[in-house]
Design a binder for this molecule. Structure first.
Ligand code: PLP
Length: 385
């Protein structure tokens, strides 16, 4: 457990580190053992066993994750979806009801639409920017409120302070997926969220080479999440945990470079006559700019824009030389996608258009390449249209 708070760059490098490390090692090693010798009188959940997330490499990683989010404690999970499912299973029982954001990552959305009923849960989609929808949907059996810090792909920012406050006033557990923002740009615990989760596959890992997740919060709430995880078996393996801890050390410098690249690209795109609309919370024209500026330390590395029609979007992506055409996000390499063909391909055209995912929409995940090179690449692809 740690509550130490330093600048995020320093915390990323030093938080959670053991000094001196085992045998003086600067790098915390991978303790691969599944089981460790018990102390006399040790309680069951103190036993060091890998699936219980209690072994030394796991505890080291948890300390680092908790410090970055400014939370009491953390637990790492085998994927972002393991973080989502364990967090939800820890806050809702059979017969329980949740308020959930009406724009959610596709996997979380289908977890609810495909599995909630068989688990005996119900939920109501609400607009995270409109508190009237929360009040209308609240029921005596409502126990939790789930939102995302920034939505995909239009990068909307809800009334996150309001969600945390409303949850507290009504006895709900507030849960937020902070994947898109990363703790460099936003630490939801500071505005009163109870549980913060991540797909660590994205910014936290940062190199497109691991799948992991985490949930952070108070010691009591994380004990519940850990209990779910231990029983459902979604624990993170220490080898992957090692890669994640290594990625975390450069999180702040990576995300700051990604913020700057996204801002430069958003400005370039907004000024180009061939681009219809640009969605980036750092632009004054974004509907949630004021809210993002108040809540966040940086506007993130993701942006989206419209190019008029699907074929122009396709030709633009073909003409780029630096970004990879790939879904996912948050890695050191820039990625570009048409959400209509990837993250939102499972939705009907009507549902897609209702949430603004049109054929001409392009989503860009900025990497840490040189800003000048990225801007030049995007400019020449646009000029060629
Ligand atoms: N949450 C968000 C916002 C995501 O974008 C993703 C994956 O894209 C997930 C959760 C699920 O993460 P994972 O793929 O690590 O299970």
């Amino acid at each position: 457990m740690t509550t130490e708070r330093r600048s995020i760059e320093t915390a990323a490098v030093h938080a959670g580190e053991r000094r001196p490390g085992p045998d003086g090692s600067l790098v915390f090693p991978i303790f691969q053992g599944t089981v460790f010798e018990s102390e006399p009188g040790e309680a069951y959940d103190e036993i060091k066993y890998l699936r219980l997330s209690t072994t030394p490499s796991q505890v080291y990683l948890h300390d680092k994750l908790a410090a970055l989010e400014g939370a009491q404690t953390a637990v790492a999970t085998a994927s972002g979806m393991a973080a989502v499912s364990s967090a939800l299973l820890s806050v809702i029982q059979t017969g329980g009801h949740m308020l959930v954001s009406d724009v959610l990552y596709g996997g979380t959305h289908s977890l609810l639409t495909d599995f909630a009923e068989r688990l005996g849960w119900s939920y109501t989609f609400v607009d995270p920017a409109d508190s009237q929808t929360w009040k209308t949907a609240l029921r005596p059996e409502t126990t939790a409120f789930l939102v995302e810090s920034v939505t995909n792909p239009l990068l909307r920012v809800g009334d996150l302070r309001g969600v945390a406050e409303f949850s507290r006033e009504n006895g709900l557990v507030s849960v937020i997926d902070n994947t898109f923002t990363s703790p460099v740009n936003f630490r939801p615990v500071e505005v009163g969220f109870d549980l913060v989760l991540h797909s660590a596959t994205k910014y936290l890992g940062g190199h497109s080479d691991l799948v992991a997740g985490c949930v952070v919060g108070s010691t009591e709430r994380i004990a519940e999440v850990r209990s779910v995880l231990s029983h459902f078996g979604g624990t993170l393996d220490p080898h992957v945990g090692f890669l994640l801890a290594r990625g975390l050390k450069t999180l702040a410098v990576r995300v700051k470079a990604q913020n700057a690249n996204a801002m430069a690209l958003a400005r370039e795109l907004a000024a180009h006559p061939g681009v219809d609309e640009v969605y980036y919370p750092g632009l004054e024209s974004h509907p949630d700019h004021a809210r993002a500026a108040e809540l966040f330390d940086g506007f993130g590395g993701m942006l989206a824009f419209r190019l008029g029609d699907g074929q122009r979007a396709e030709r633009f992506i073909d003409a780029l030389t630096l970004p990879y055409r790939a879904p996912s996000l948050g890695g050191v390499e820039s990625l570009v996608t048409q959400p209509v063909k990837t993250s939102h391909s499972g939705l009907s055209r009507a549902d897609r258009e209702r949430i603004g995912v049109t054929d001409d929409l392009v989503r860009f995940s900025c990497g840490v390449e040189s800003m000048d090179d990225l801007v030049a690449d995007v400019r020449s692809a646009l000029d060629a249209l």
